[in-house]
Design a protein around this ligand. Sequence first.
Ligand code: LIP
Length: 300
Amino acid sequence: MTAATDRRLPSAEELRALEELAIDVAAEAARFVVERRAAELQVTTKSSDVDIVTVMDSRSQELIAARLRAARPRDAFFGEEEAADGRTDQAPPGTTEPAGSGLTWVVDPIDGTVNYLYGFPQYAVSVALVQGDPTVPGAWRPVVGAVADAVAGRVHHARLRGGAWTRTVDGADEPVHVSDATDLATSLVGTGFGYDAAKRGRQARALAELIPHVRDIRRGGSAALDLCHVAAGRLDGYYEMGINPWDMAGGWIVLTEAGGTCTGAQGEPPSSDCVIAAAPGIAEALTRAVDSVVDLVRHP
Ligand code: LIP
């Protein structure tokens, strides 16, 4: 970071304005990807034949980057489609160093890309502003987040100490809060699987160990929306091994401002290794359950 980098947290009023910027940009990009889906859907692959990127991922990211750079030229930008292989915490060649604000926009232009390809109605645009370095687990935290549910047309949003909200299609802000679940055995838990076939097999074996200890599992296909579902009590918990900073950044702050917890496994911070999101009443039990299976996934 240059000496000129300003590391102070933005004021409450600045955070409120930044939250509105994130909402506006995420909502515009979400409308864009829905409206242009039929005409523009062209697919290429990344790390595997099932790890796809559509031309709309790239065009959505271009739109988001242009809006944010115009409004906030001193912030850095870290988007999924600039990452070298799109699946690691490594700083991709395209990451712009914080030019002075010490803040970075972390963006997933379409989270739930496979759902978008199939028209399965669970995909989102996630726009988050973070303090610290998003490529280093434990060295960053989101201070503003907006997750636009592209199909439902609503935006889940939050800012540090500003609470968690859902902006409805008619522009009203409804408060969001986690469930009051206290028993893991009767809790509904979300999860997801990676693009590497061997890792997916290990994740399935870990799930087989965990599933007898919860009510049921839901696999929605968008980490950003899964985190917001926990925030709103539509899930009691969620865990996944292998998601990236851009998948988690926006939903993370919506979750914690809604009263939820967001951690990694075995006392670690949330990272590509593991993310565990929970209502507080089951956080300890879910973490214990995930801790007991995480090594099944980590080690081939
Ligand atoms: C997706 C995540 C999801 C995971 C998928 C994929 P993408 O992100 O949001 O939780 O299970 O495998 O990684 O690739 O659609 O941006």
